[in-house]
Every structure is written in structure tokens, then in C-alpha cells.
Design a protein around this ligand. Structure first.
Ligand code: NI
Length: 226
């Protein structure tokens, strides 16, 4: 599933993150990819573990904890510390697939990358190009969202970022290990959860809705790993 999660950050939080990131030391993004990615990746990143990256990452992680759509869609078990990238002057990231396991720098922590996330920190009118382009079984999807919005997509998807030909595109990106590994199961659980919440508003205290909520939890119990 490719899903837009609107307003993860408020405009004030976006401004706070951007002001902090302006003080960071940006380095060549090729530091964090294998040799296949190295051939196609042209951007800059805040180095992993950089204190400013950690500070801004904590703002994002706190916002994610409070975001009901994110929790319902991702069913997160582990979220890696958010990273930050910048594309400008024609920079681009050619077609690739994200690595399957992310090692948190300086630790023994490993996160299986079930879901990839990009949180946009630049308003779309401030740059040209820079579309995150995701290929899945339903076709090719171009994603360019308002600052503060996030997109989630399966880490198994081929994707690329088109060249930024005007302005600069700053984003946060990170990976999530879900309690439910399979994308199609997560999609069904999100649909079921959304329907139950709607039904609950339409017919409060209806016993069959309570039973349906039980089915949701029993499926989650069956499919989740913690
Ligand atoms: Ni990627």
C-alpha cells in the first residue's frame, strides 16, 4: 500500500526542524548505500548519529507516536532513527530498492525494513522536480507532498527521486519494521480498522460492531510478531 499521512508535523514544527537542519553538516549521501545504490545516488545527507539529526528525529518520532493513521497503517514494532536528505542543482536518486535490514549505527540494533517513509520538509512550490516515484503492481506513482506530510510505501518497491532542477528539496526518510510483515495483510487490517471506526460512529454500542472489532484483534493476534 502506498499511503499519504497528512499533517504529521505542524507548520511550526516544520519550521523548527528546518531551522535546526540548516545548522547541520551535510555530507555525500553515498555514505549510507551499498555499491549498487552508490552508482545512482546523488544527494546530501545529515550523517547518521549527528546530534542535530537526533534532535529533529526525536520531534518526528514523538509526532508519529500520536498519529492514529500512522499507527493503524504501519502497525509499527520498530522505527529507525529518522535520517535527512537534501537534493538540489540537478541531484537525483536513480531506481533502487532499499536494503532489507537497517543496522542502527553504533549499536547492535537491526530493523527489518517492511515500510519506507518519506516526510516532506519543503513546500512543493519551493522546488521543481524531486518527485518520489514508486513502482508497484498497480503502476507508477509520483509523490510530492506538502511540507509536514508523509508517504508510506512497501520497502520492497522499486523507487527513485527525479532530479531537482530548481530550489532544494529537504526531507526526512526512515524505515519501519511492522508487527505484520506482509503488506497485503496490513492493508486489510487498515481497511477493517477504518470501517469499524466508521460503523462505531454510525451505530454506537451495536453488538455486531463489537464482534467485528474482536475479529480485527483476533486477526492481529494471529498475524503479528512482537
Ligand atoms: Ni530508497
Amino acid at each position: 500500500m502506498l499511503l499519504q499521512v497528512p499533517k504529521v508535523l505542524t507548520p511550526e514544527q516544520v519550521a523548527q526542524c528546518r531551522a535546526a537542519l540548516a545548522r547541520a553538516d551535510w555530507t555525500d549521501g553515498r555514505a549510507t548505500v551499498g555499491h549498487l545504490g552508490e552508482k545512482v545516488k546523488r544527494n546530501r545527507q545529515v550523517p547518521e548519529g549527528h546530534p542535530i539529526g537526533r534532535e529533529v528525529g526525536d520531534i518526528i518520532l514523538a509526532a508519529l507516536e500520536r498519529n492514529a493513521l500512522f499507527i493503524s497503517a504501519a502497525l509499527p514494532l520498530k522505527v529507525c532513527p529518522p535520517l535527512f536528505n537534501c537534493y538540489e542543482g540537478g541531484e537525483t536518486y536513480g531506481t533502487h530498492i532499499d536494503g532489507s535490514v537497517y543496522s542502527v549505527k553504533g549499536t547492535m540494533h537491526r530493523i527489518r525494513t517492511d515500510i519506507s517513509a518519506t516526510l516532506f520538509l519543503t513546500a512543493p512550490e519551493d522546488y521543481d522536480g524531486g518527485e518520489l516515484t514508486v513502482e508497484d503492481r498497480y503502476g507508477v506513482h509520483k509523490v510530492k507532498l506538502p511540507a509536514g506530510d508523509m508517504v508510506l510505501y512497501p520497502s520492497s518497491s522499486l523507487h527513485h527521486v527525479t532530479p531537482v532542477t530548481r530550489g532544494a528539496r529537504i526531507s526526512s526518510f526512515f524505515w519501519i519494521q511492522s508487527m505484520v510483515r506482509e503488506d497485503d495483510r496490513r492493508t486489510m487490517l487498515l481497511d477493517l480498522d477504518t470501517s469499524i471506526q466508521q460503523l462505531n460512529r454510525l451505530v454506537p454500542d451495536e453488538k455486531s460492531v463489537i464482534q467485528l472489532a474482536g475479529v480485527y484483534h483476533n486477526l492481529l493476534r494471529l498475524w503479528s510478531d512482537t
